[in-house]
Design a protein. Structure first.
Length: 255
């Protein structure tokens, strides 16, 4: 077990499952104390229990990332319990299978729901997380974006793809705005990953085969593989990395 993040204090949104849970666990394994935030309080507690049982340090927090009051309060709680924040992992997101669609068939409420969580929620996490990092004097932000926001590789998923394009643009402007204040901001762009976000999609053998046929590695990523990239970007090993999008997609966007 490494200790690249020993002494760091981190918050992970969407930490109750999938990539968020794997990231929270990995950061704790690397020595960080972690605030695990999720809209589902039981999921946040389960991740926290997993970390504590393994000898790590974590607390659960419950908040809707799209609600500014809740996020401001949650960030404040994380600072209070951890004694400040060094690291913000802005990860929470949704993928509305069966509802997202091509633009001419997309319901406005579905669009709004997706953008509220995936983009506005990311903004609010960063807004209040950055305030905490500024109080600390330095820090690192890692945003979970997606190749679907850079390439047209998710046909029919209009709201999701557009919202994820927004997260990538958000990362780049934040990196530029805060680099002089000793804060790094980067993004990880996971490809198809074995997480609850894509479970429904991958249960269909034909759909699974179609998606994996586009991945040169011919498999989906384990959440822990994405967490490894997040931990690197959060660590001082990435001290000269900011404004970067790190693709972890099995080579999909290289073809």
């Amino acid at each position: 077990m490494g200790q690249r993040l020993r002494g760091k204090r981190a918050i992970v949104t969407g930490g109750g499952s999938g990539i968020g849970r794997a990231a929270a666990v990995k950061l704790a394994e690397e020595g960080a104390r972690v605030a695990v935030l999720d809209i589902d309080s039981e999921s946040a507690r389960q991740t926290t229990d997993q970390i504590v049982c393994a000898g790590g340090s974590a607390i659960p927090l419950t908040a809707d990332v799209a609600d500014e009051t809740q996020m401001a309060d949650a960030i404040g709680q994380a600072e209070e319990h951890l004694g400040g924040l060094d690291t913000v992992i802005a990860n929470a997101g949704i993928f509305l299978f069966g509802k997202d669609a091509i633009a001419t068939e997309l319901n406005l409420e579905v669009w709004k729901q997706c953008v509220d969580v995936n983009l506005t929620g990311m903004f609010l996490t960063c807004k209040h997380g950055l305030k905490a990092l500024l109080r600390n004097g330095k820090g690192s932000v890692v945003i979970t974006a997606s190749p679907t926001g850079s390439y047209g590789c998710a046909p029919t998923f209009t709201a999701y793809s557009a919202s994820k394009a927004g997260t990538f643009g958000l990362m780049r402007i934040l990196a530029n705005d805060y680099v002089k204040r000793n804060i790094r901001v980067n993004a990880v762009l996971p490809g198809t990953t074995k997480s609850p976000l894509v479970t429904t999609l991958m249960q269909n053998p034909e759909t699974r085969a179609e998606y994996l046929s586009k991945v040169p590695m011919a498999r989906a990523a384990e959440p822990a593989e994405i967490a490894n990239v997040i931990a690197f970007l959060a660590s001082d090993e990435a001290s000269f990395v900011t404004g970067a999008g790190w693709y972890a997609d099995g080579g999909q966007t290289a073809t």
